[in-house]
Design a protein around this ligand. Structure first.
Ligand code: PMP
Length: 427
């Protein structure tokens, strides 16, 4: 039997893996769906982007500098010393009952009245996306998404072999009429639409906010057409000027599958998110989750539960929002100051991201090595489309670097873009 890998002893007696290549017929051994599991072309550039000398405006890593680490340490220490036997044990497949109640309090901030029985705790909201895809998508089924949309969701839908259809957005998010038109033509072609996936608050990657009237219109269309809405809401509590409109789930408990997470309001390393599902879907979600993870981590759920019970978590979210607002302000003023006049960008009222559109002759994938050479990284727009569109746009995130680094990074990026424009004689 040849596993395709050999080991050799190297200096210091450590074992070094030597790659000897994959078996020739490996692709034939894979399941069909595994063929869609491909690393993105920009992954290698990301490895470079994480070098300290590069200003990374690429990843969307929450900024934990506002999280009081000593307090987290004492919550964790107390949990293990007082309740370690529960915290370190297997738990309930649907999630810890006490945390599910507290999650309902968190969702109440966005107008949702929910019952803890309808909450399914997941390992980050990313796992909820996977479960929903597993439950709904047969190969070739249509999933509707915003144009552009979250790269992690697109990857999941692709793995389940969905046919992803993008619906146009503008500065106010998804355009209801564009949705109605797309549904009509997809249905006329005889294809099945399984759900509409959208991020109404401070969208990833576009940073835009869907106003209340559009929410109502979109809910009406989806109900009329018999299509579930998957409302993904990681950033809703991170508004800068005023609270975001009520969640779509607040006015429809039958047709909206709502996803939440503590990744942006507490810490992503704890990997605790949730789905609030219509009653009719609860059992399927729990069974699907149990078959992939048995149960979410009792330990991290209880860290969060104790934190919510004993700490001023609403004030903590306010501190996070303040930190991101300062960075958003720095990013927008650097864009105004340094970017060429024929570039346009969104002006987020919350969250982490700005979406930049350049003249169509500029290919932001091809530009990436030049940006890295100028010590700045971003995500090319094509990452956020399932169909290769978006080559003249890009996403920057301002959440992680310091204000000074954001300004420096945007200045360098502007320089790279301006020289590309000069080289191509674009005015
Ligand atoms: N949805 C969106 C829109 C996101 O931006 C992210 C994280 N970047 C996730 C879901 C996944 O978050 P998590 O799994 O950490 O909850």
């Amino acid at each position: 039997m040849d596993s395709g890998r050999k080991f050799k002893v190297v200096k210091g007696d450590s074992l070094e893996r030597v790659r000897t290549g994959a078996p020739e017929n490996l692709p034939e051994r894979f399941a069909h769906r595994a063929l869609g599991m491909q690393a993105s072309e920009i992954r290698s550039l990301f490895a470079v982007a994480s070098r300290p000398e590069i200003v990374s405006l690429a990843g969307g890593m929450p900024n934990l500098s506002a999280l009081p680490m000593q307090m987290m340490a004492s919550v964790t220490e107390k949990l293990i010393s007082e309740n370690g036997a529960e915290a370190l044990q297997y738990g309930n497949g649907q999630g810890h009952p006490r945390l599910r109640e507290q999650i309902c309090d968190v969702m109440a901030l966005e107008g949702i009245r929910a019952h803890p029985d309808d909450v399914v705790v997941t390992t980050g909201s990313q796992q909820a996306l996977d479960l929903i895809s597993r439950i709904f998508i047969d190969p070739g089924d249509v999933v509707l998404v915003e144009a552009p949309s979250y790269v992690g969701a697109l990857g999941t839908f692709k793995q389940y072999e969905a046919s992803v259809v993008h619906i146009n957005m503008d500065q106010d998010g998804l355009i209801p009429q564009a949705l109605a038109n797309a549904i009509k033509s997809i249905k006329a072609s005889g294809r099945k639409i399984k759900f509409l996936y959208l991020i109404p608050n401070y969208q990833n990657p576009a940073g835009v906010l869907l106003p209340a009237d559009r929410r109502t219109e979109i809910l009406d269309i989806a109900r009329r057409e018999g299509i579930f809405i998957v409302e993904d809401n990681p950033y809703g509590l991170l508004g800068f000027e005023k609270p975001s409109p009520n969640a779509m789930r607040a006015s429809d408990s039958e047709n909206v599958i709502y996803l939440g997470t503590f990744s942006k309001t507490i810490a992503p390393g704890l990997r605790v998110g949730w789905a609030l599902v219509p009653q009719s879907l609860k059992d399927k979600m729990v069974i699907a989750s149990e078959s992939s993870i048995l149960c979410p981590s009792n330990f991290t759920q209880l860290v969060i539960s104790n934190y919510l019970a004993n700490q001023p978590w609403r004030d903590q979210i306010t501190s996070f929002a303040k930190l991101y607002k300062e960075r958003r302000d720095a990013a927008l003023s650097a864009l105004d100051k340094y970017f060429p006049k024929n570039a346009t960008w969104t002006k987020p009222a919350g969250g982490f991201y700005i979406w930049i559109t350049l003249p169509p002759e500029i290919d932001t994938n091809a530009l990436m090595p030049k940006a890295i050479a100028a010590k700045v990284a971003y995500v090319p727009g094509t990452a956020f489309y399932a169909d290769g569109f978006g080559s003249w746009s890009l996403r920057i995130s301002y959440c992680y670097p310091t204000v000074e680094r954001i300004t420096e990074g945007i200045k360098s990026l502007a320089g790279v873009i301006k020289s590309e424009m000069e080289a191509r004689q674009i005015n």
